[in-house]
Ligand binder design. Structure first.
Ligand code: DGY
Length: 323
């Protein structure tokens, strides 16, 4: 049997690319330049499985291109808000993602942002690199103590819970959360967590608020001017989920007005572009979407996308089917 034809839209870790070459008749993207919409459409006409990632806008035009050959999209990543899932479903295209393997690393990045923004680590490092450090003194760069504070988690799924684990057992933090789904009593008890009735309640109660829900139509600008105003002016906001869950314009205003104490962001509304203020305000820590960026995790993500695609062609149940 001939190998399925695959097109991979970005450069993958070397061991995954070697595996792709063995299992598929694959076209890789050695120069790692993102595909244009036209290139995505052409790819859809020329392969059996497309393996895109978060930077590819797989919209209705791409999914409905004439003479489409693709029936399987093996996404490299857990988030699939860049794929029009409704249209994929309507067009009979199977889509898979790579959950679970990136949970720990994403939670680590959430905790890093939390610690960095609270303890003013970025400011300190910038000062030192600029040769402006004049030495230790009792009132130098005083931040906020993390241990024992309240962490409010919006979206208590895999990553929210992994963050809770770090915060509760590493930093003795009190966990409150909101989630639209029922969370098992065992999980709630494990973290001695409290489920609050509304997102507004979480915003009011947390010393740190972490966004850990998926990006959907319902969560677009979920954290808006009103919710930012509900937060304590000593509280910090953390986002490792998707940029457009927070209204960035309202956020910049809240930071400038000191409505909140600071923010730690790994994701932005229109990546890789972000408002100038998020690069210059001192009470902001920004990372370039590093959540899953460890060698181990990126290899696991590639292998998971491969497993899903193989299962499709071998007519087995997909380990991680989205639609
Ligand atoms: C994802 O997988 O959706 C992340 O944002 C990239 O790891």
């Amino acid at each position: 049997m001939s190998k399925p034809v695959a097109i991979v839209t970005r450069k993958w870790p070397e061991s995954c690319e070697e595996r792709l070459k063995e299992l598929f008749d694959v076209t890789l993207n050695a120069n790692d330049k993102p595909f244009t919409e036209e290139q995505l459409k052409t790819a859809m006409q020329n392969c059996d499985v497309l393996m895109p990632t978060v930077t590819d806008k797989i919209n209705a035009n791409v999914l409905s291109v004439e003479n489409r050959r693709v029936n399987m999209i093996g996404n490299f990543g857990v988030g699939f808000n860049h794929i029009d899932i409704e249209v994929a479903k309507k067009n009979g295209i199977t889509v898979s993602n790579t959950p679970a393997v990136l949970t720990d690393c994403t939670a680590d990045i959430g905790m890093s942002l939390l610690l960095m923004v609270a303890r003013r680590v970025g400011e300190g490092e910038r000062e030192l690199r600029a040769n402006k450090w004049t030495g230790w003194r009792p009132t130098h760069l005083l931040g906020t103590k993390v241990t024992g504070k309240t962490l409010g988690i919006i979206g208590f799924g895999r990553i929210g819970q992994a963050l809770a684990k770090r915060a509760k057992f590493g930093f003795d933090m009190k966990i409150v959360f909101w989630d639209p789904f029922d969370i098992s009593v065992d999980v709630v008890n494990k973290f001695e967590a409290t489920k609050l009735d509304t997102i507004e309640d979480v915003c009011k109660e947390g010393d740190f608020i972490s966004v850990n829900c998926p990006a959907t139509k319902e969560t677009f600008h979920l954290i808006d001017e009103k919710k930012l105003k509900l937060m304590k002016n000593t509280a910090f906001l953390i986002n490792t989920a998707r940029g457009d869950i927070i209204d960035e314009t309202a956020l910049v205003q809240a930071l400038k007005n000191k409505t909140i104490a600071g923010v730690g962001l790994d994701v932005f509304e229109t990546e890789p572009n972000l408002p100038e203020e998020l690069k210059t305000l001192e009470n902001v820590v920004s990372f370039p979407h590093l959540g899953s960026a460890s060698i181990e995790t990126r290899i696991a993500m590639g292998n998971t996308a491969i497993e899903n695609s193989l299962a499709f062609f071998e007519k087995r149940d997909l380990p991680n089917k989205v639609v």
